[in-house]
Design a protein around this ligand. Structure first.
Ligand code: AMP
Length: 361
């Protein structure tokens, strides 16, 4: 619950208002650019003064996320605070929300930060299909869970996993000890391995008044556990994924853009893999599809504006530029129908997202 009273009684933040963003990576950078187009200002809170968002925002406040006085000072300079990553510490979120509205709210962070909370929430409260899972706190738990869920299965840390980090596939019983050694003592879950037909996602927004705008289904291909391409609109979209996303958004009384990732089985069944309470890499294609892009949509939602049109006018395939891929920027920039988006990261590292290209169909 937010204890402050909004500065603006009709809750719509007019142009000239300031949106605070916790985190200064590429997602914050693209949000800041979108906000600027709407005449909104952005202040960034990041531990890194040279983060990708620093060059495009009005102001950067540098500090660690656990410096609650600094977070409070930052929040007081804003009209609303949002975030670009789900691992915002609970205390940081609380400090921000004590000064101004935090959108999306703390509950969305709470359920998406922890895979056990997330899967329990989706299954028990929303009756949604998720991969079978077990809570793992010891090697004995793991041995028992492998018997229950079978092999292959995937051991994942409950927190701080991304792009395949913090997860190990178990293919035989001989892998159990090694997997536990690799991830313990972090609390983990074991997930049944899903023999999916394809991976798809939905990016959808919910406004302050409860209106929902979902982008069409997107088909995602991962390489080395990192998203490689997202193609939208995906073939064979019967609307079920958007309905699931709407159910999650409504249940959380969510404000902003959310990404929902699914495994889809051959028979069409959708299994929710995870939810991200933020703009999502599989929604970058929206920037060149002729609709309101996800970054502007998020800025609109958190500022209490009407949501924009989420219907693409053309199909787009987004390809991430990972590590050295970015060296091709000049060739890509010369290709017709190819839109290059670079994140301004000075250091190229293997596995690091340096930019993306959107190719229109
Ligand atoms: P995650 O970090 O949970 O999104 O996992 C990253 C990627 O690993 C997914 O997009 C899948 O390609 C693969 N993966 C994760 N969990 C499973 C699972 N339970 N069954 C099959 N593949 C999985």
């Amino acid at each position: 619950m937010q204890s402050h009273s909004p500065r603006n009684p009709d809750k719509t933040l007019p142009p000239g208002s300031t949106i605070g963003i916790l985190g200064g990576g590429q997602l914050a950078r693209m949000m800041a650019v979108a906000a600027t187009r709407l005449g909104l200002n952005t202040h960034i809170y990041s531990p890194d003064a040279n983060c990708p968002a620093a060059l495009v925002a009005e102001k950067i406040i540098v500090g660690p996320y656990n410096d609650l006085d600094r977070v409070l000072e930052f929040s007081q300079s804003c009209d609303v605070v949002t975030y670009e990553f789900e691992n915002v510490p609970a205390m940081t979120a609380k400090a921000a929300a004590s000064a101004v509205p935090l959108r999306p709210g703390a509950r969305a962070l709470n359920v998406s930060q922890d895979r056990l909370e997330e899967k329990s929430f989706l299954r028990a409260q929303l009756d949604l299909e998720v991969a079978g899972f077990e809570d793992i706190t010891s090697i004995h738990d793991l041995r028992r869970a492998v018997k229950r869920l079978g092999l292959p299965s995937v051991l994942k840390t409950r927190r701080f996993g991304y792009d395949g980090k913090g997860q190990v596939i178990l293919r035989s019983e001989a892998d159990i000890d090694g997997a536990w050694e690799a991830l313990s003592p972090a609390p983990c879950i074991l997930e049944a391995f899903i023999a999916f037909d394809r991976e798809v996602s939905i990016v959808a927004a919910r406004g302050l008044n409860g209106e929902i705008a979902a982008y069409p289904l997107t088909e995602n291909i991962h390489r080395n556990h990192i998203l490689h391409t997202s193609a939208a609109p995906a073939q064979n979209d019967d609307g079920s994924a958007a309905k699931i996303a709407a159910k999650i958004l409504d249940h959380l009384d969510y404000v902003g853009v959310m990404g929902v990732e699914f495994f889809q089985m051959k028979n069409g069944q959708l299994i929710v893999n995870e939810i991200a309470p933020r703009v999502h890499n599989s929604g970058h294609w929206t920037q060149n599809a002729g609709c309101t892009d996800q970054f502007e949509q998020h800025m609109r939602a958190v500022a209490g504006w009407p949501l924009g049109d989420a219907r693409p006018r053309q199909g787009v395939v987004m390809t991430n530029l990972i590590g050295d891929d970015v060296a091709d920027w000049k060739t890509l920039a010369a290709q017709a129908g190819t839109h290059v988006h670079l994140y301004g990261k000075s250091e190229v590292r293997a596995g690091r997202k340096m930019g993306h290209v959107n190719r229109t169909k």
